[in-house]
Ligand binder design. Structure first.
Ligand SMILES: NC(=O)c1ccc[n+]([C@@H]2O[C@H](COP(=O)([O-])OP(=O)(O)OC[C@H]3O[C@@H](n4cnc5c(N)ncnc54)[C@H](OP(=O)(O)O)[C@@H]3O)[C@@H](O)[C@H]2O)c1
Length: 187
């Protein structure tokens, strides 16, 4: 398969996640230990730390990990916006703005703060809402070699219609991607 082009800072809206093979971006109760031991291509963290101008997340993700200094292992600093229906009971935190507004307005605020760099959407629920409104530019995923079977899905939309995608690697926008794994014996 063709090499992935490095991500570029181009004022884009990215739905960016590490994801299990079966489509979960967090385990049950927001657990993230399933990523332990996974390796990522060299320079990946630096690439996204450099191209990201702002992060937009949801309140559940914030409540589970209320520390903006942990984003990209501390390699990224910048404005974090957290969307919630109840900003009043959120702990004020430097660099973090709690927003209670329409999701498109939250994105507009984050885009402005990103100042030409990309906005990363760190929330499955907000990403789904933005996708419905045609406001996601790219879905950018790193598939971790694990099956979770339970947790928080990238795209949870029971009863919804399929969403067509185009592959942004290589020339064939409709190409299926080949992956091949072997289960690790338990224990
Ligand atoms: N794998 C990865 O690379 C990666 C990266 C980032 C995050 N994550 C994980 O992603 C998970 C995020 O979880 P999640 O999707 O369940 O929750 P979430 O999106 O973080 O939070 C959902 C909450 O956001 C608020 N919200 C969403 N849309 C809103 C709107 N239109 N208006 C106002 N408030 C709105 C609501 O908060 P209120 O209830 O307060 O109103 C809602 O309950 C976390 O576990 C995090 O660790 C994974």
């Amino acid at each position: 398969m063709d090499e992935m082009e490095p991500q570029t800072a181009a004022g884009k809206v990215l739905w960016h996640f590490s994801m299990s093979l079966d489509g979960f971006v967090a385990g049950p109760n927001h657990t993230m230990d399933w990523m332990t031991g996974a390796t990522f291509r060299p320079g990946l963290v630096e690439e996204y730390a450099e191209t990201t101008g702002a992060v937009l997340g949801g309140r559940a993700g914030w409540d589970a990990y209320p520390d903006p200094t942990g984003i990209y292992g501390g390699a990224w600093q910048g404005p974090l916006f957290v969307l919630t229906h109840h900003p009043d009971d959120a702990q004020p935190t430097p660099g973090v703005t709690f927003l209670s507004c329409d999701v498109a307005e939250a994105l507009r605020i984050a885009r402005e703060a990103a100042d030409g760099k990309n906005v990363e959407v760190f929330s499955p629920t907000i990403g789904r809402q933005l996708l419905e409104r045609g406001l996601i530019d790219e879905i950018d995923l790193h598939i971790v070699p694990v099956l979770l079977g339970d947790g928080i899905r990238l795209f949870d939309n029971p009863g919804g219609a399929p969403v067509g995608l185009e592959l942004l690697v290589g020339d064939d926008r409709k190409a299926a991607v080949d992956v091949r794994y072997r289960p690790v014996p338990p224990g």
